[in-house]
Design a protein around this ligand. Structure first.
Ligand code: F6R
Length: 613
């Protein structure tokens, strides 16, 4: 996820870009840059300074003593290529006349780059975006206008994008386009604007319009022309905005946690994007280990902390079932100190949204020293873990502001299951029918999670009813066991209520002793095979007076008949179920915390990134 902004027809384009980028930092901040048009030249400034990138960009442009009226700006959250200056946007064509900013992922960038390099283009970055700048340059050779060249180029790319393009040869023009990734345009007086999101423009104008998928926009001073994919002019759809800037950064939601819960379908889609070919085969290009070496593996060990550990636990069930490899999942802080037995026949996977958690980082270093091939599943490109590991598999959830992990966890499960399927592919452990079925379900996840999120009012109602409860037990079995652990962690983390997660089969071995009237048992009765067993556990706790919140699949009348409160989710196969089952548990924690008047984004005593032991 990145932030883009552009303006033409203003007296102070640079200030507009810098102010807008500051307000878009919640979309990404590992690097930032601007490109402005000055007397037939493109003036570009880019920086990569971690969380300070936009502030550094402002400082570095203070010396620029010129007034510009047209320019584009970008703040980046890397998905392809490290967050360094060379990879920062805007990207230029070979001639340096055309500059481009992009939010999204160009899936077929590698094949386009190969073709362009053969035609004599020189790439200076490791991004998918730069390829598009050169492709448009190539198209300008056969098209009469920049807009036509952009339209032709976009016809050749697959993926998600919102782009803004400026050219020294038409100095007052910005061409922008959208496919999947968000894009708005606005105007005030002679100034015309583009941005990926409302906060970037709110202090300049409230006359905003949404650009739809497939549309291309030409912006000039005092004019905005929107056309569809065929080039027909279409009317803009006005946006009615009565938010202030802070509310707009949260997309109108009350807090970042709600916003990030709603971003989960996108995080899943982006994490899958470009990794499953049109023939259904999985392509993971940054693992830095050959299919032959993967086929020779004897075991997998996954190290992680907190919610990432729960995502890893889900992956254990999937990798063992699909790839027939033994999987050990370890809490990183324990792994570090227990002298684990490892060698190069073990693949070690670190899982960490931040890529900085000290225990996971040290566990990975130890595994590497023992000779294991180490990869990391991380949401932050070029994080410490990504630099240390032999290979990487990035989740693409975009920055997460809320301390409680939500969208990053779902993206981790999806990425790890993709990896499990890739292992099955290279080891030929699944029939092609089974493999295709799982791929099909992976693609369904985005829609299923969206549907699940929409059921929030039912969860809010249950939370209201449970206002006086203080003790929660989350029960799950098989791949729903980690779901139970995640539900309990989310609840205690943001509502400060006592909550424990248990494997249902463990109930009789101790915890049943504390079940009494007043206890709330949240039973995850989804995912097929173990459902009956969870329902037996439910009978056991009900007969001891517990109140049961049942998470069950649509149409499951037996589960419904045993529930005091029912939360319904769409049905999916057991190994993918956690991805959508975690959603109502996030929402339950959220509503219980909000009902107690707590700040869900900044729970007490906790930090987003834990870089100390
Ligand atoms: C819980 C949560 C934490 C993190 C844990 C690991 O909501 O966010 O439990 O999952 O601190 O962090 P990362 O994934 O950055 O290694």
């Amino acid at each position: 996820m990145c932030g883009i902004i552009g303006v033409t027809g203003a007296d102070d384009a640079l200030d507009i870009l810098l102010d807008g980028l500051e307000r878009l930092e919640y979309r990404g901040y590992d690097s930032a840059g601007v490109a402005l048009i000055d007397h037939g030249e493109v003036v570009r400034v880019r920086v990569a300074d971690g969380t300070h990138s936009v502030a550094t960009l402002r400082r570095d442009t203070e010396a620029v003593d010129q007034a510009f009226s047209t320019g584009i700006g970008h703040t980046r959250w890397a998905t392809h290529g490290q967050p360094n200056e060379a990879n920062a946007h805007p990207h230029l064509d070979c001639a340096g006349h055309l500059a481009l900013i992009h939010n999204g992922i160009i899936e077929n960038y590698a094949e386009i780059a190969e073709d362009l390099v053969a035609k004599g283009h020189t790439m200076t970055s490791a991004t998918d975006t730069e390829v598009l700048a050169h492709l448009i340059e190539e198209c300008t050779k056969v098209e009469p206008t920049l807009t036509d060249a952009v339209r032709r180029a976009l016809g050749m790319v697959r993926g998600a994008f919102a782009i803004g393009v400026v050219s020294a040869s038409d100095p007052e023009l910005i061409v922008a386009a959208r496919q999947v990734s968000p894009l708005i345009v606005g105007s005030s007086g002679s100034a015309s604007y583009i941005a990926s999101d409302i906060p970037a423009l709110l202090d300049r104008t409230r006359e905003l319009m949404v650009i739809e998928d497939g549309e291309i926009v030409e912006l000039r001073p005092g004019s905005i022309r929107i056309t569809d994919a065929e080039g027909n002019e279409v009317p803009g759809r006005p946006l009615d905005v009565d938010w202030d800037v802070e509310a707009a950064q949260k997309d109108g939601y009350d807090d970042f946690m709600t916003k990030e819960i709603h971003e989960q379908p996108r995080a899943i889609a982006d994490t899958l994007r470009g990794r499953i070919g049109s023939d259904g085969a999985i392509e993971l290009d940054q693992l830095d280990i050959s299919p032959d070496e993967l086929a020779q593996l004897r075991a997998v060990t996954i190290v992680a902390c907190g919610s990432s550990y729960h995502a890893a636990m889900v992956a254990k069930y999937a990798i063992e079932r699909w790839a027939r490899l033994p999987v050990d999942v370890d809490i990183a802080s324990e792994f570090r100190y227990r002298d684990p037995v490892l060698d190069k026949s073990t693949l070690v996977i670190g899982v960490s949204q931040s890529g900085e958690t000290i225990d996971t980082l040290q566990a990975m270093r130890q595994a590497k020293a023992a000779g294991a091939h180490v990869i990391v599943v991380s949401n932050v490109v070029d994080s410490s873990m990504a630099r240390d590991a032999d290979g990487v598999l990035y989740t693409r959830a975009g920055p997460e502001v809320g301390v409680a992990a939500t969208k990053t966890v779902l993206a981790q499960i999806v990425a790890l299951e993709l990896l499990g399927l890739y292992l099955a592919q290279v080891r030929s452990t699944l029939s092609s029918q089974k493999f295709d079925d799982i791929v099909h379900e992976l693609f369904e996840l985005e829609g299923v999670v969206e549907k699940t999120i929409e059921r929030d009012p039912a969860v809010a109602h249950v939370a209201q009813e449970l206002a006086h409860a203080h003790d929660y037990f989350f029960l799950g079995r098989h791949a729903s066991f980690p779901t139970a652990l995640e539900g309990a962690l989310k609840l205690k983390e943001i509502s400060y209520l006592h909550a424990e997660g248990y494997a249902g089969g463990e109930l009789k071995h101790g915890p049943l002793a504390v079940i009494e009237p007043g206890c709330i048992v949240v039973a995850i009765a989804t995912g097929g095979e173990m459902k009956e067993k969870i329902l037996s556990n439910v009978s056991e706790v009900k007969s001891r007076g517990a109140t049961v919140v049942m998470l069950a699949e649509d149409g499951d009348e037996l589960a419904a008949s045993l529930a005091d409160y029912l939360l319904l989710v769409p049905a999916m196969s057991p190994l993918l179920s956690p991805v959508k089952d975690i959603v109502p548990l996030q929402q339950l924690a959220y509503h219980l915390a909000r009902n107690r008047g707590l700040d869900v984004d900044r729970p007490r005593n906790l930090a987003k990134t834990v870089t100390v032991e």
